[in-house]
Design a protein around this ligand. Structure first.
Ligand code: RP5
Length: 282
């Protein structure tokens, strides 16, 4: 029995980034596949914008597309952190349960879609002193948050792992694209930034690995991530870099960490772990 639950994919009737693709409402007690629900016949939707993309799987009807499930399939990681997932009617089945929609939705891969989330933190400092929260008496930590262009929600600047890419590279690449807008920098400055990131990202602490409660998840495709924490204790490296939003981010900033943050998907759970690990205010 799987103890993970998903909520975000059941909150809204309309599928993200569509006008009229509707999910069936799935109550909590019907999420689990083992609970019988004979009337469950959700729509089947795969966004046209992913068809034919080289970063996405072909349709399962394509004759020479023969994915190997639950293994590293050539250079695509189709292994789930949730354990072995079932293949039903030729399609991977979401290991957490029903989502109210079949197909891949807006996700590129059938089954697990692997992402990486870099959590970059520094202490909040004013006039050279760490700011302490008066209730918890703990210092306030800040992390680099981006405002996602697709839904205007604040999030960790994560992204999808490219085929064959090391997760350590995805973490750096996504951070540089979304929080530093490295693509728009002139070559000299880009090289300096890359060197700084290389050094700063050389020591990270994994805080989460597994299923993301992402609103795009469907019955046949879902996001799994590895979230890694990188901390600038003395506010001397990353803490000083000017942030510039780029790529899928329309804004970027240092955000004070607390239980009141409203973040995309279940990103606040990852940040909560970071705060607990480091003894920061939550
Ligand atoms: C979330 O979506 C992951 O945790 C990651 O932050 C992000 C990856 O998707 P894109 O930002 O590439 O759309 O589920």
């Amino acid at each position: 029995m799987n103890s993970i639950m998903h909520y975000e994919c059941r909150k809204s009737e309309i599928y993200p980034r569509t006008k009229n693709i509707k999910r069936i409402f799935v109550p909590d007690d019907k999420v689990c596949w083992h609970v019988q629900w004979h009337e469950y016949h959700p729509s089947d939707f795969t966004s046209p914008h992913i068809l034919g993309q080289n970063w996405a799987d072909p349709d399962l009807s394509v004759a020479d597309f023969k994915p190997q499930w639950n293994v590293i399939d050539t250079n695509i990681d189709r292994v789930s952190e949730c354990g072995t997932y079932d293949i039903v009617d030729g399609r991977p089945r979401n290991p957490v349960g029903r989502t109210g929609l079949r197909g891949r939705g807006a996700l590129g891969r059938w089954g697990p879609n692997k992402a990486a989330d870099p959590i970059v933190t520094r202490w909040k400092v004013i006039d050279g002193k760490r700011v302490i929260n008066e209730n918890s008496k703990k210092p306030i930590l800040q992390f680099v948050a981006i405002e996602r262009r697709d839904c205007a929600e604040w999030a960790i600047p994560g992204g999808m792992v490219d085929p064959g890419e090391q997760i350590s590279s995805t973490l750096k690449r996504e951070f540089m694209e979304e929080a530093l807008n490295i693509a728009d920098e002139i070559e000299d400055k880009r090289e300096i930034l890359e060197a700084k990131i290389e050094e700063f990202f050389s020591s990270g602490v994994e805080v989460f690995r597994g299923y993301v409660d992402d609103p795009r998840n469907t019955d046949n495709a879902w996001i799994e991530t590895m979230a890694v924490h990188f901390h600038d204790e003395e506010n001397k490296s990353m803490g000083l870099l000017p942030l510039t939003a780029g790529d899928d981010a329309r804004n970027v900033r240092w955000m004070d960490i607390s239980r009141h943050m409203k973040l995309y998907a279940n990103h606040s759970e990852f940040i909560k772990t970071v705060a607990a690990n480091i003894g920061a205010h939550w």
